[in-house]
Design a protein around this ligand. Structure first.
Ligand SMILES: *Cc1c(COP(=O)(O)O)cnc(C)c1O
Length: 355
């Protein structure tokens, strides 16, 4: 049976293992080498690494990609993508998204490096009209932190019709909900630090592609920009990835239940949950300080940024100066982890009352 036909739960466990030969360990080695004897596949530690390759194979299997490149962070991966575009290239991107991506695109736009057309990604008509004459479409859906959905298959189809390149940040949805390469995206990016690694202990990123020529260009970008990951972090990422479907399915189930309970809570308004994923955003009745005190009143859920770990976290997004001002001051973004649902709800309910 080819690996292609295995379920993601199985792929996450079986892909990216050393060759099955007598006496060979089941797990990859942490390859700590800056240089290699000449004449082989890898010559220098910035060009490649055996530990990277195993995580790359596993992510490729999950995203139905031909190949994957791991990076030191999601932002290093995104930087490599935009480095491929010529100076001043017209790019279409959502005006709301991951704050690091937004800051980068806004700066590139201000400097004239890229000509970014910021759109409401949920407004398919507007997106399509802005695609005219553009070179590249960057999609994040659901968006962070508003959890808006784009009509991804439609807008990607329209971009491809116009011969544009398409990059997709699939960090929130994960390949368990959508595989953008299968509906036409050229590049799928992950902040591997989130669900794929899943233990809030590493920062890593990845890019997955189908096209070998694009792979070569991105490999060259990683090599020359130098945003390479440490082998130990990559090994931890692969260890985490083995349980990614188990963790994510559990967190997603709990998130759907919590979204319903939050919507029925008298101290909560505007619950945003796109119907899948493990992030729930909501507005706490009252002002920013009240939302802040709710986040601090929890005994189980850490008031902390980031998401995708086994441990639930939440934060008031506007505590960040650079967060978009279209995000309400009292919006709390909850990243649901793998704790027991009853414990989570008790904790949230108590924090909402006492905060
Ligand atoms: C965290 C995150 C990133 C950035 O990744 P880093 O690994 O922190 O550099 C990009 N996109 C989304 C949706 C994220 O959540």
């Amino acid at each position: 049976m080819s690996k292609k036909h295995l379920h993601p739960e199985t792929l996450a466990i079986s892909a990216g293992r050393p060759q099955s030969e007598a006496g060979v360990g089941l797990n990859s080695h942490i390859s700590l080498n800056s240089t290699y004897r000449a004449g082989g596949e890898i010559n220098y530690g910035r060009f490649g690494n055996e530990t990277w390759q195993e995580l790359e194979i596993a992510i490729s299997a999950l995203e139905e990609a031909q190949s994957t490149l791991v990076f030191a962070s999601g932002m290093a991966a995104i930087t490599a993508v935009f480095s491929l575009l010529p100076h001043g290239a017209p790019v279409v991107a959502s005006h709301e998204g991951y704050s690091g991506t937004m800051s980068l695109l806004k700066r590139y736009h201000a400097e004239g490096r890229l000509d970014v057309r910021f759109v409401d990604i949920t407004d398919t008509k507007e997106v399509i009209s802005q695609l005219q004459g553009a070179a590249f479409l960057w999609v994040e859906s659901p968006t962070n932190p508003g959890l808006d959905l784009a009509e991804v298959e439609v807008i990607i189809g329209e971009a491809k019709k116009r011969g544009m390149g398409v990059g997709f940040d699939n960090t929130f949805a994960t390949p368990l909900n959508q595989k953008p390469l299968t509906f036409g995206a050229d590049i799928v990016m992950h902040s591997v630090a989130k669900y794929l690694a899943g233990h809030s202990d590493v920062i890593l990123g990845s890019l997955s592609v189908k096209d070998p020529a694009l792979y070569s260009r991105l490999l060259e970008a990683r090599t020359s920009l130098g945003g390479i990951a440490g082998p130990f972090e990559v090994w931890l990422g692969l260890r985490g990835l083995r349980t990614f479907p188990l963790r994510f399915n559990r967190a997603q189930e709990s998130a759907a239940i919590l979204a319903k309970k939050l919507a029925a809570h008298p101290a909560v308004t505007n619950v945003r949950y796109p119907g899948f994923g493990a992030i729930v955003s909501f507005e706490a009745d009252g002002n920013a300080e009240h939302a802040e005190s709710i986040c601090n009143a929890s005994t189980l859920i850490a008031n902390a940024t980031s998401l995708g770990g086994v441990e639930s976290t939440w934060e008031r997004r506007r505590r960040w100066e650079r967060e978009s001002h279209s995000v309400p001051e009292n919006l709390i973004r909850l990243s649901v982890g793998c704790e027991h649902i009853d414990d989570l709800w008790n904790d949230i309910d108590t924090a909402l009352t006492q905060g």
